[in-house]
Design a protein around this ligand. Structure first.
Ligand code: ATP
Length: 960
């Protein structure tokens, strides 16, 4: 990699730009950036998010399954059963390779997804601000920073406004460092004192700024001190870990069962009995299960990514299933987030001005009453003029090319900027006249923003422009009345008048902003401008008027909210907006109105109207309640207006105290605590990096409907996992039953003869079982999946255990009947000795034929059982999914193929000489096929009867 100097803090900005062949105003050209990416490599730390193939390989060879198989192999070699040992070695190798490939692929998918959701950087390329993945940043890139951004590379700052950076992770300093742009004299200044630099991986805690990237990847300071930061979140989920643990539990069970085998055979350690014990140990383990889960989950996250929901932590696939409450933002999530300023009110007017226009078009008409007014006339009104100035200047948004929708910034501010443009008073109109010198940024906690502007060349005075929620009124002591600035006389009369107007606009669903202004000077402030604090600036302001901004709800929000209600999921809207705005929008999209009953019937049978305050509260009202009072509320509010990040945390805590599972959306830096606290944290793609890193899912389209799609996908995956767990594990139960009962079948020497051989069991569990299980994993979502309440209780519910044992007993019982029929009813009824190996073939013929019968009937039942498991309660012939029962039987192509191939595949091994006797310990059959077909039919009848009983007797709702 090419070397760059490391004394950028001591160089001037023009010098840095020249050295890196860039331009602080225009940034790099795309072609040049691509060239530099090749030259300097990707902006990534070594080991970061890297996939470690050795670790994956180690995982494959150190699990309970491999352990059992290895012990079985060693024992087989010791007892000189080389054929079996050979098969076992092939199985171990196959399992390790398949497991490795699947895990590697799954990790690669997660890795790619994490990269998609990883911090992004706002850079200037060819003069246009664009968002790129942090990995694509190259030295020379001009990067724009805002609060909450994680600095993607080491940068020499070239522009800052109140910028503070939290550098604790690099310097250990807990206080954020204030930044400026002047070059330092000393080259050997320590990193903590290089106040004109921003270092990779640190976070912007205040203000904003711009910097030129001077070092990327391993050349950054963080890269130098950490040769291998492995921040890959654990890629295994609790479910996978539980299953891994379960493998060890099964291992212990298998040892226990082996002891039983020896005990029943009076601790006679002859080869025959040892092989029996091996067979039983292998039967206990669902060999294919973990691999199938890995693949199904990986496919699931890929699907979700296609639907704009990027899974950052696999665990979410499990935690989404039981979600009972979704707490969602309003702006941009439930609404389009594409705002337009539609109403303006100034104190001297009775009515509001109405502003028209399409999208971000900077043209539109302004009318008052029935009259359309021209810009000149409106701006002649000093009050209106100031309000427009405030809209344009107390504003960080940029309109690049409005006709093409190229705009940059916060939607509220874009709306204000577009409005100013409509009066030819957008930001560019103030170039050379006014310049922003100090900014007190907006945050969802402060709910207001102030900008101090200097008047270039005209006066030493400064203009303070403030805009925000009603709390701006608290810092106004004057009001503009036409040309005049008047002291507010009767404050309550003033507030009453303004609040009435706010209420009027808010009930129309408009976001209302208060605008204010003050002209001041360093002299009257008593200190130089650089030293002005927020408290100095935000006081004694003059109220200018109100603006109303429309943010239309997304069309799909209403449908999605309804889907949540159908699925028993409550939707809460936590918004920063005014109560009436929130109520109007919440009613429009159905959060309020059809979720709670409009009335309650009390114990005396008297109907009482559910008080509205329970459904809609302001954060102030909610926070004023103690935890006990919150818990005493019958229902938590569906809408919290004027919500702050702290209230979001309280809401999650309140939900948790009610034993609810909550999903929470967020985008700001301050949302990180609530996102972390929620069971499912959902960050917005366009949100801050900190929010993204605290969440489990990132929505690339910020859309509420995507959350609902992700919920549906989570439910689908979970219900499919249940299906194939029942499928695979009930077969294990069946096999164990066969071998435990089989202990009673002893030969003339008192040695138990196994009805199923170890290789037969392995063949069933791995070759026959895995493909249909996989096909269950990719089953489409049932149409009822979003019509049942959230299912608590994890994977191993009582019903699932019951199913496993019921189907296991059906299969085990039926094949034992087959065994008895072949040997005792139709055969000679004698068990010859040495039938657990191939040394006494002639005498063992009946036993070997019986084993073939068992393998085939068990295999066919196992395959039919895959169809059973598609619906754990509905009949195989359900019409669910539409298209009639036949179509339903063939619509899952993978299932059809795996059943057909799985049914035919074992047949050659019944007939191929030597392979059948020496490896499978079975022999050719003829009339026994009749028994096989009959048992499969009986199994089918038993399964359907069992499901019928379940449907009749079980009251709990279930996904059909
Ligand atoms: P939601 O939580 O529904 O997504 P939000 O996060 O957009 O809403 P906030 O951004 O916290 O809500 O806005 C709350 C209030 O703060 C708004 O109603 C408005 O009065 C005010 N406000 C919003 N944006 C700005 C801004 N850029 N400058 C000043 N005030 C603002």
């Amino acid at each position: 990699m090419a070397e760059l100097p490391d004394d950028f803090h001591a160089r001037s900005i023009p010098d840095v730009s020249k050295l890196l062949e860039t331009d602080a105003e225009v940034g790099l050209g795309s072609a040049k950036a691509a060239e530099l990416l090749v030259k300097y490599g990707r902006n990534e730390l070594q080991g970061q998010r890297g996939i470690n193939p050795w670790r994956i390989l180690l995982q494959q060879v150190t699990n309970g399954l491999t352990l059992i198989l290895t012990i079985a192999t060693v024992v087989s070699i010791v007892v000189e059963d080389y054929a079996e040992a050979g098969v076992l070695i092939i199985v171990i190798l196959f399992n390790t390779i398949v497991g490795f490939v699947q895990d590697f692929r799954a990790e690669r998918t997660m890795d790619a997804l994490r990269k998609m959701a990883s911090p992004s950087a706002k850079v200037l390329r060819d003069g246009v601000q664009t968002r790129i993945s942090s990995g694509d940043v190259v030295p020379g890139d001009v990067i724009i920073f805002e609060v909450g951004d994680i600095i993607p590379a080491d940068c020499r700052l070239c522009d800052v406004l109140n910028m503070e950076i939290d550098e604790a992770m690099l310097t250990g300093e807990s206080m954020p460092a204030m930044k400026s742009v002047e070059s330092l004299q000393a080259k050997d200044t320590t990193i903590g004192d290089r106040f004109n630099m921003a270092y990779s991986s640190t976070t912007v805690s205040k203000g904003r700024g711009k910097g030129i990237a001077v070092a990327t990847g391993m050349a950054t300071e963080i890269g130098k001190i950490s040769t291998a930061i492995d921040e890959t979140p654990s890629s295994t989920t609790p479910l996978q870990r539980r299953l891994n643990k379960m493998a060890y539990v099964l291992f212990v069970i298998s040892i226990f069962l082996a002891v039983i085998v020896f005990a029943v055979n009076k601790f006679n350690f002859n080869t025959e009995i040892i092989i029996y014990a091996i067979a039983l140990s292998i039967a206990v383990i669902p060999e294919g299960l973990i691999a199938v889960i890995t693949v199904v989950m990986a496919l699931g996250v890929k699907r979700m990514a296609r639907q704009n929901a990027i899974v950052r932590k696999l665990v979410v696939l499990e935690s989404m299933q039981p979600v009972t409450n979704i707490c969602s933002d309003k702006t941009g999530t439930l609404t389009q987030g594409k705002m337009a300023l539609t109403n303006v009110w100034i104190p001297s007017k009775e009515e509001t001005y109405r502003i028209s226009g399409q999208g971000y078009e900077t043209t539109g008409s302004i009318s008052y009453g029935d009259e359309v007014l021209d810009a000149k006339r409106i701006l002649a009104d000093e009050n209106f003029h100031r309000l427009v100035e405030c809209s344009a200047l107390c504003n960080t948004a940029n309109i690049i090319e409005s006709s093409k929708g190229k705009v940059w910034g916060d939607p509220t501010e874009i709306a204000l900027q577009v409005f100013a443009y409509k009066l030819q008073m957008g930001k560019p109109a103030f170039l050379g006249l006014k310049e922003a010198v100090l900014e007190f940024p907006f945050s969802s906690a402060s709910k207001r923003m102030s900008m101090v502007c200097s008047n270039l060349g005209t006066s030493d005075d400064f203009d303070i422009y403030t805009k925000g929620a009603e709390n701006v009124l608290e810092i106004c002591d004057k009001v503009m009345d036409g040309e005049m600035v008047k002291q507010i006389g009767d404050r309550s009369e003033f507030l009453e008048k303004v609040h009435a107007q706010i209420e009027l606009m808010a009930t129309q669903g408009l976001r209302v902003l208060v605008t204010a202004h003050r002209r001041t000077s360093e002299q009257s402030m008593g200190k130089p401008m650089e030293k002005w604090e927020r408290g100095d600036v935000e006081k004694s302001l003059t109220f200018l008027g109100l603006v109303g901004i429309r943010d239309t709800p997304r069309v799909e929000s209403k449908i999605s909210v309804q889907q949540c209600h159908d699925a028993g999921i409550k939707v809460h809207m936590l918004t920063g907006d005014h109560k009436s705005t929130a109520l109007a929008i919440a009613t429009e999209i159905g959060i309020i109105g059809n979720q709670l009953p409009p009335s309650d019937v009390n114990t005396d049978g008297v109907e009482t109207i559910v008080p509205m305050y329970r459904e809609v509260m302001t954060a102030g009202e909610f926070d004023a309640l103690s935890n006990d009072e919150v818990d005493a509320l019958e229902e938590l509010p569906l809408v919290i207006a004027r919500c702050t990040p702290a209230t979001k945390v309280r809401m999650i805590e309140a939900l948790h105290r009610r034993k609810k599972y909550a999903a929470m959306t967020g985008d700001g830096v301050n949302d990180a605590p609530s996102l972390k606290k929620a069971d499912v944290g959902i960050a917005m793609g366009a949100g801050s990096d900190v929010a993204k890193q605290s969440s489990e899912i990132v929505l690339t389209d910020n859309n509420f409907a995507t959350i609902v799609l992700a919920m549906k996908e989570g439910r689908r995956i979970f219900s499919n996992i249940k299906k194939f767990v029942v499928h695979l594990m009930s077969t294990n139960v069946g096999q164990v039953i066969v071998l435990i009962v089989g202990l009673a079948f002893q030969d003339s020497e008192g040695v138990s003869v196994f009805p199923l051989s170890p290789v037969q069991i392995l063949f069933m569990n791995m070759v026959t079982g895995t493909p249909p299980a996989m096909s269950l994993g990719i089953e489409p979502a049932s149409s009822s999946i979003m019509h049942v309440p959230p299912q608590l209780g994890g994977l191993f519910t009582k019903e699932l255990m019951m199913d496993m044992f019921a189907y296991g007993s059906f299969m085990g019982g039926l094949v034992l009947i087959d065994w008895t029929l072949v040997i005792y009813a139709f055969g000679h009824g004698r068990l010859a000795f040495d039938c657990n190996d191939d040394s006494n073939l002639n005498a063992c013929d009946t036993v070997f034929r019986a084993r073939s019968t068992l393998l085939m009937s068990f295999t066919w039942m196992f395959l039919l059982h895959a169809y059973n498991c598609r619906h754990l309660r509905a009949s195989l012939f359900t019409k669910e999914g539409g298209g009639g029962s036949f179509k339903r039987l063939v619509d899952n192509k993978l299932m059809v193929w795996s059943v057909v191939v799985g049914a035919l595949l074992p047949i050659p091994f019944v007939y191929i000489p030597t392979v059948n006797t020496n490896i499978f310990k079975q022999a050719s059959i003829t009339w026994e096929w009749g028994i096989i077909v009959a048992s499969v039919l009986v199994f089918f009848v038993l399964s359907e009867t069992y499901k019928l009983l379940k449907r009749k007797l079980m009251k709990t709702p279930y996904v059909l």
